[in-house]
Write a protein that binds this ligand. Structure first.
Ligand code: NAD
Length: 503
């Protein structure tokens, strides 16, 4: 049996129960139907229905927020060592079910197994890392003054909402939920409607690993229903959101009446700048990896290549050759490098840029075509002859589509790199150290890698500037968001208190 057939057989074993029972909401440790009935989730591989999913609405969010509220005091007050132990148990349970998570994720989202087989393990790592932070999460600082001993302490903010997108949904959900739980918050999770499978697996795994009922609740549904209600709910104290920039703006508006604290991780149109003094072989590998892995459906993808004119021709020629060799295919085939795009809607959006590129006057140097009509497959695509004013250089396409733009000087490269609404990541390839220092200092991005692709390191801050977001994840930055700072001053003596009304 081929590796693909083996994976399909295993997947069918995992999906059988969902086909029978569908995916209910999980509220206070119980399965609950959606008050809006059900909607269906389909696979982008062959457009077949996977299963029914609870269609959660405002009433379901209200029940979940109440459950998170009721579970909060016990979770907050649980000794840190015990909370840590539960989180380690969750990490181990994720590892034990990594294959099930990976196969379900591939089938639900179209992501290639080659990359998703590691996504579940990264999810486990998110729990493990933040489990180890639990003990110091509440630690504050002692800031001495002449008359007072000042203590800054931190307390969890309360029940929080987590709203996640469909690209690598398991990894992104754990990225938000693990620090929230470590901080002592309880959670209502609203996963993306296009990818509900692994969110269900996560809440099951967490409860089986000892997470008390109501600490993590999952309500499925759509943005304008369940998502909006979550942002507006008065018992929810903060929203951790990952998704599009225009949705981030809605999240802010919807939370205004209840003065929500929001953390927004949004879109990107990230530049990779290749200077002619760089290690061009490594730069080529990284450029290709950062736009064509994960179907190009990644916020940190380097979707704009700025290449120095002295090497442009040779670099683009090598790119075309490699891009044409990328293997598009069934996501469960371990050799596949690009699977189908997630939904019909997203497929239509990505493919519309093939015509937009031509209308703008760019050249389609590779790809620019769909593959078959069984699912939402597209060829990896490269646009050349582009300039930064074109829509293909300004808009987030969010697929395996790269726009190449030439530059001649460092100043020009910087101006082009910064000429975008977004500011999530930037990648700089040069062997000139002083140029790297100058350039990264002026590059407008929350995260920059020099002579490297994106390598996530959990203790470092993750997040964007401009339309790419507000706030940072990772290390202690996560606790800044999920916790309140509290100052307490203790008098150390009899300092003078100004007397009013005293003769
Ligand atoms: P999206 O904004 O359409 O949806 C994200 C989530 O928000 C979904 O769960 C959706 O149901 C919900 N939602 C939609 N409208 C809502 C509303 N009015 N109120 C509350 N919730 C609402 O994004 P998507 O298409 O699922 O994901 C792709 C986007 O995510 C891209 O722009 C990508 O760059 C971004 N992204 C950013 C990061 C990051 O870390 N910066 C990471 C991954 C993805």
């Amino acid at each position: 049996m081929s590796a693909l057939d083996t994976n399909i057989e295993k997947l069918n074993g995992f999906l059988d129960r969902f086909r029978t029972t569908g995916i209910p909401n999980r509220i206070a440790g119980a399965d609950v139907p959606g008050s809006g009935g059900v909607f269906q989730t389909t696979s982008p591989v062959d457009k077949s229905v996977i299963c029914d999913v609870a269609h959660g609405q405002a009433a379901d969010i209200d029940a979940a927020a109440q459950a998170a509220h009721d579970a909060f005091a016990d979770w907050r007050d649980m000794p840190a060592t015990q909370r840590r132990k539960i989180m380690i148990n969750i990490a181990e349970a994720i590892e034990a079910r990594a294959e099930e998570i990976a196969l379900c994720e591939c089938w639900d989202t179209g992501q290639a197994y080659k990359f998703m087989s590691k996504a579940a393990l990264r999810g486990a790592e998110n729990f493990r890392y933040f489990a180890d932070q639990v003990i110091q999460a509440r630690d504050g600082q002692h800031l001495k003054s002449p008359t007072l001993m000042n203590i800054t302490t931190r307390v969890p903010i309360g029940p929080v909402g987590v709203i996640t997108p469909w690209n690598t949904p398991f990894m992104l959900s754990t990225w938000k939920i693990a620090p929230a739980l470590a901080a002592g918050c309880t959670v209502v999770h609203k996963p993306a409607e296009a990818s509900p499978l692994t969110a269900r697996l996560l809440v099951e795994i967490a409860e089986e690993a000892g997470l008390p009922a109501g600490v993590l609740n999952t309500v499925n549904g759509f943005g304008e229903g369940a998502g909006k209600a979550l942002c507006e709910h008065p018992k929810i104290k903060a929203i951790a959101f990952v998704g599009e920039s225009r949705t981030g703006s809605l999240i802010t508006k919807q939370g205004a009446d209840t003065l929500k604290r929001n953390h927004l991780e949004l879109g990107g149109k990230n530049p990779v700048i290749v200077f002619d003094d760089a290690d061009l072989d490594r730069a080529l590998d990284a450029v290709i990896f950062m736009i064509y892995s994960i179907n190009g459906e990644r916020c940190t993808s380097s979707s704009r290549l700025l290449v120095q004119d002295t090497i442009r021709e040779e670099f683009e020629a090598k790119l075309v050759e490699r891009v044409n060799n990328i293997k598009v295919g069934h996501p469960l085939d371990p050799k596949t490098e690009i699977g189908p795009l997630v939904t019909q809607e997203h497929f239509d959006k990505v493919t519309s840029y093939f015509d937009i590129a031509k209308q703008d006057g760019a050249t389609i140097a590779a790809g620019g075509e769909t593959v078959g009509d069984a699912g939402y497959f597209v060829k990896p695509t490269l646009f050349t002859g582009a300039n930064n004013a074109m829509r293909i250089a300004q808009e987030e396409i969010f697929g395996p589509v790269l726009t190449s733009i030439p530059f001649s000087t460092e100043d020009e490269a910087l101006a082009l790199a910064n000429d975008t609404l977004y500011g999530l990541t930037g990648y700089v390839w040069t062997n000139d150290l002083t140029r790297a220092l100058r350039f990264t200092d002026k590059l407008e991005a929350g995260m920059i890698w020099v002579n490297s692709e994106n390598v996530r390191h959990l203790p470092t801050p993750f997040g964007g500037v401009k339309a790419s977001g507000i706030g940072r994840d990772g290390g202690d930055w996560s606790f800044e968001f999920y916790m309140e700072q509290k100052h307490i001053g203790f008098a150390t003596g009899q300092h003078k208190i100004t007397k009013l009304g005293a003769l």
